[in-house]
Design a protein around this ligand. Structure first.
Ligand code: HEC
Ligand code: HEC
Length: 295
């Protein structure tokens, strides 16, 4: 998850004289406060719900990919020009100690932190689709994870990062692009229906990376050298049987013997249940065909 700046050099020259403007403009985005009301949700500590939360956080929403397997956080990016992005410690030994349950629900589904400001990078645009029951299970699970005593520092923008943010080239502040009035379902029935397959494709980030229409192409915010996401419509996937597709999602290996690149989180899709796998593949078979690159 690196967002590197190809246009950076040029922009720095162009805007070099406007450092004060850049500083102020990037600060105003970082400091913008979002007035998103808290939604109250009962958080259970029932063992079946904790297990559901754990499964969602690893196999589906993949919180662990950024916040690390023990959820104790890590430095995601440390770039001398762009800055530092830290996925914080989200165990009770870290930032969530200061969060109420309702505030946690809000930061997951709206990308709005306790202080009203936006998170960076975290895909709240995928998580806004999470059903009440599922977001509540994730919060319950976070509260139950063993506390980790680790800090990885602070997120911080350096001059090139600030310039790209000020110029609206780097879409860093997630809350800025969300429809905060969207209503999520209260629950979803976990079955092999197309509705559940679509739900998993949304909250699981397939649409976030492969595009709202799943046509694939460069992933916004990633550097140009990053591999584009593949076409997941029948145009791209009809060459695979369901079994081959499942093998790709479980092992990262294609039938021709090649490997899917690391940017595709197959280590986590590998952990989907057979039912989730069936629902997801069934859904991918039904989406309208799109040309590669049309997202
Ligand atoms: C693609 C990477 C990524 C994923 C996936 C991700 N996060 Fe984050 N998360 C971040 C980053 C980066 C920040 C820090 C944002 C900042 O400093 O503005 C963050 C911030 C947070 C915060 C707020 C901490 C604070 O400082 O106030 C919480 C809580 C959180 N994440 C929980 C989750 C949960 C729960 C999931 C899964 C449902 C998740 N995150 C998935 C990258 C990610
Ligand atoms: C963080 C971004 C990201 C997420 C989330 C993501 N993918 Fe991918 N995926 C990629 C990228 C990038 C590639 C291309 C990898 C390559 O070129 O080897 C890819 C490749 C694939 C491929 C291989 C296609 C082929 O023809 O080789 C399949 C299948 C796939 N993804 C399915 C999914 C599904 C299903 C989901 C949701 C459960 C998903 N992906 C979520 C980034 C992502």
């Amino acid at each position: 998850m690196r967002w590197i700046a190809y246009a950076a050099g040029t922009l720095v020259v162009l805007l070099g004289g406007a450092a004060g403007y850049v500083y102020a403009a990037s600060n105003s985005k970082a400091d913008r406060e979002y007035d998103v009301p808290l939604q109250h949700m009962a958080i259970s500590s029932d063992s079946a719900i904790l297990a559901r939360g754990k499964h969602l956080a690893t196999a589906i929403t993949k919180c662990v990919e950024c916040h690390s397997d023990d959820l104790g956080g890590k430095i995601m990016i440390d770039d001398p020009a762009l800055g530092v992005a830290v996925a914080p410690n989200i165990t009770t030994g870290g930032v969530i100690a200061n969060y109420t349950d309702d505030e946690l629900v809000r930061v997951i589904r709206h990308g709005v932190k306790r202080d009203g400001r936006s998170v960076i990078i975290m895909p709240a645009d995928d998580y806004q689709h999470l059903a009440d029951e599922d977001v509540a299970a994730i919060v319950a699970y976070l509260r139950s994870v063993p506390a980790v005593d680790r800090t990885s520092g602070q997120t911080m923008l350096r001059p090139v990062g600030r310039t790209l943010v000020a110029a609206n080239i780097l879409p860093l502040y997630v809350a800025e692009r969300l429809d905060h009035t969207r209503i999520a379902p209260s629950m979803m029935v976990a079955d092999t229906s197309l509705a559940y397959g679509e739900y998993l494709a949304n909250v699981g980030g397939c649409t976030g990376c492969h595009g709202p229409g799943l046509g694939g192409g460069p992933i916004p915010g990633l550097p140009p050298e990053a591999p584009p996401a593949s076409n997941l419509t029948p145009t791209g996937l009809s060459k695979y049987t369901d079994e081959q597709l499942e093998t790709i999602l479980r092992t990262g290996g294609r039938p021709d013997g090649s490997s899917v690149k690391q940017e595709m989180p197959w280590r986590y899709t590998a952990l989907m249940t057979p039912l989730e796998m069936r629902a997801t593949i069934k859904y991918l078979r039904t989406v309208p065909r799109k040309e590669f690159g049309t997202r």
